[in-house]
Design a binder for this molecule. Structure first.
Ligand code: CDP
Ligand code: CDP
Length: 226
């Protein structure tokens, strides 16, 4: 039987991580874990409870109290906070604007990383985020770092918002918001967004989803044969 590998997919916002991660997981029968959804869920819970995301102590207490769970769903995996479905609410621009502050808190990260490692124990896993190859699964057999120009990523997010019926900012506003979030995620002290030394860089700016999926699938097959 083929081994179930650990596949780590990192990169900035809208580089295509979750889209390709979901397809890869399905293709290889692996579990998919969207770690960004976990930080978004803590952010949602903070805002819902009237907690300022810069009030570190309160956010840490909250992250320890809440239970984030996933269930299979179409087209997106369903996400729950203490049994309440937040799948759609965590994708709003309000959450996107606040999530980097929450994700910069070391204690919140420690809490999330522990849960992510537990999920990864199941065997074949595709996990996407910012620090999977560097921190969460440093021994992952396949590590990729997806990038694309900020302009192209804003265009993708704009189209996605329209398709999902989410309220959207203009293209220029989205590009500015994405650049700001990248900057915050890349410069934080703990586990900043950075390419692991042994990760393969894929620039998806002018690649189709299928091309990216094929490139990562080839890496997985090569590792399965080893
Ligand atoms: O989908 P998108 O790329 O917009 O973001 P996401 O993957 O849902 O992640 C939302 C935010 O969570 C990021 O901007 C990071 O601040 C944080 N995050 C993180 O710090 N570490 C991860 N492993 C995943 C997400
Ligand atoms: O997870 P992440 O924020 O990195 O990006 P995503 O949510 O997977 O991708 C954002 C949007 O870009 C989705 O609507 C994808 O269909 C689209 N996309 C694309 O058009 N071309 C690619 N090569 C990858 C993603």
């Amino acid at each position: 039987m083929e081994k179930g590998l650990q596949v780590a997919i990192d990169g900035p916002a809208s580089s295509g991580k979750s889209t390709v991660a979901k397809i890869i997981a399905k293709r290889f029968g692996y579990v998919y874990c969207d770690t960004g959804a976990m930080y978004r869920s803590v952010t949602w819970a903070a805002l819902e409870n009237g907690i300022n995301v810069n009030d570190t102590k309160q956010v840490i207490d909250l992250a320890r109290r809440i239970k984030i769970t996933f269930e299979p769903g179409q087209p997106d995996q369903r996400v729950f906070v203490d049994g309440h479905e937040v799948t759609k609410e965590i994708r709003t621009e309000k959450i996107a604007a606040n999530v980097s502050a929450v994700a910069a808190i070391p204690e919140v990260r420690a809490q999330m990383v522990e849960q992510q490692r537990q999920i990864a124990q199941t065997g074949g896993i595709v996990m996407d985020g910012r620090d999977i190859g560097t921190t969460v699964l440093p021994n992952a057999q396949v590590k990729v770092f997806l990038v694309a120009s900020a302009h192209e990523r804003a265009r993708r997010r704009y189209e996605e918002n329209l398709q999902k019926g989410l309220a959207t900012q203009s293209l220029d506003e989205l590009e500015a918001a994405i650049k700001l979030r990248d900057q915050k995620d890349s410069t934080r002290k703990v586990s900043p967004l950075t390419q692991a030394k042994d990760a393969i860089l894929i620039d998806t700016t002018s690649l189709t989803i299928d091309q990216v999926v094929d490139e990562i699938s080839a890496l997985i097959k090569k590792n399965q044969d080893n």
